[in-house]
Design a binder for this molecule. Structure first.
Ligand SMILES: NC(=O)c1ccc[n+]([C@@H]2O[C@H](COP(=O)([O-])OP(=O)(O)OC[C@H]3O[C@@H](n4cnc5c(N)ncnc54)[C@H](OP(=O)(O)O)[C@@H]3O)[C@@H](O)[C@H]2O)c1
Length: 329
């Protein structure tokens, strides 16, 4: 029997890498369907890898509600910051037989402490093996509103799994137009400002994850998802066993500002200098730039997860080569 999967966000950077990866590893174990915006640029790519397409808007609640219970797995990889999609998916799953598994991507933007942009060892460390840390999620966190809905579904008997990643970076597969959420936000923020900002001493950290390390984290995560669907597999009860961190490595915000400034100069002949600014002048990414991000992936580390991908300094010039269209769509 094949497992049917319905994906939201299938045309994005992460799924653009993950779908071919899973297909290579699991052959014909799955049938794939993507719910995409009408006319999505990703349709040709998805069709080329045998993904069925349903075109529709996230506003079409009835259409989505009528779909989700027909699949073995519903995978929310759309926009973890925006709760509008889980706001439709979760009530529909709760109205159904609760036989559909919900998989969601979230982000370590949840696990930050404002430090004025400075490094601060006393900033709170969040650890995914600590149930209290997962239960501390609230609606004001970056991805908190959608996460809370997913956790509500879990508490009401839906088989829910969440992988919470750091800012993901990597080259775009042919046919995938998105550079991913983090690279898009940081690049467009700097272009809008005309400089690459840091706050305080710039020693606050962001956690970043190369696509190669996302794939290795995902394999460990996915094995657990599949085991929970298999009726003979162990089904964890503790919420922290179902909400796994994959943050990547820590990079200082000043170093990120330098990396992007160099990229703009070398690949686009744009002079966006590194600038030390107050939080009000750091643009829409300022809540991250003013903070220390500290997420510890104890669950995946215990399973042997190790980082091996290239750094953002090495990879960024290849992600946005000269001639890339800016700002990023
Ligand atoms: N990349 C990161 O740094 C990062 C870090 C942590 C968490 N995440 C989360 O992981 C997931 C995947 O990230 P990603 O970087 O691969 O995303 P992405 O490249 O931005 O792609 C997401 C896809 O979702 C669809 N989408 C997004 N907003 C939509 C909307 N309002 N209405 C309809 N469709 C919409 C779009 O597909 P169509 O145009 O085909 O419909 C888009 O290609 C997201 O939930 C993201 O928030 C990402």
């Amino acid at each position: 029997m094949t497992t049917s999967v319905l994906i939201f966000g299938a045309s994005g950077l992460m799924m653009g890498h993950l779908l071919p990866h899973i297909q290579q590893r699991h052959g014909s174990d799955f049938t794939w369907t993507a719910y995409v915006r009408p006319g999505s640029k990703g349709i040709a790519f998805l069709k080329s890898i045998n993904v069925n397409i349903i075109e529709g808007s996230w506003d079409d609640k009835e259409k989505i509600s009528n779909l989700v219970n027909k699949y073995d797995i519903v995978w929310d990889s759309g926009d973890s910051h925006d709760p509008s999609l889980p706001n439709v998916i979760v009530p529909a799953l709760l109205n159904g037989q609760r036989t559909t598994t919900l998989v969601r991507f979230s982000g370590t933007g949840n696990w930050i402490t404002p430090t004025g942009g400075n490094d601060d060892e006393s900033a709170r460390l969040y650890d995914d093996s600590n149930e209290g840390d997962i239960r501390s999620i609230h609606g004001e966190m970056f991805n908190g509103a959608g996460d809370l809905l997913a956790l509500e579904a879990l508490d009401k008997g839906v088989n829910v799994w969440i992988l919470c990643t750091g800012g993901v970076y990597g080259q775009r597969p042919a046919g995938v137009s998105s550079a991913g959420v983090f690279v898009r936000l940081y690049t467009n923020n700097a272009l809008q400002l005309g400089y690459t900002p840091y706050i305080g001493n710039g020693g606050g950290h962001m956690q970043l994850l190369h696509i190669q390390d996302l794939l290795s984290a995902f394999d460990l995560f996915w094995a657990q998802v599949l085991s929970s669907i298999d009726s003979n597999g162990p089904v964890p009860k503790d919420v922290s066993e179902r909400y796994l961190f994959a943050p990547g490595y820590s990079v200082e915000w000043k170093s990120i500002a330098e990396t992007w400034s160099k990229l703009f100069k070398d690949n686009f002949q744009l002079d966006l200098s590194v600038k030390n600014v107050p939080v009000e002048e750091a643009g829409f990414v300022s809540p991250l730039i003013v903070s220390e991000m500290k997420a510890k992936p104890t669950r995946l580390e215990k399973l042997g997860w190790k980082l091996a991908g290239p750094s953002i300094e090495e990879e960024l010039p290849l992600i946005l080569p000269s001639g890339s269209q800016l700002p990023l769509a």
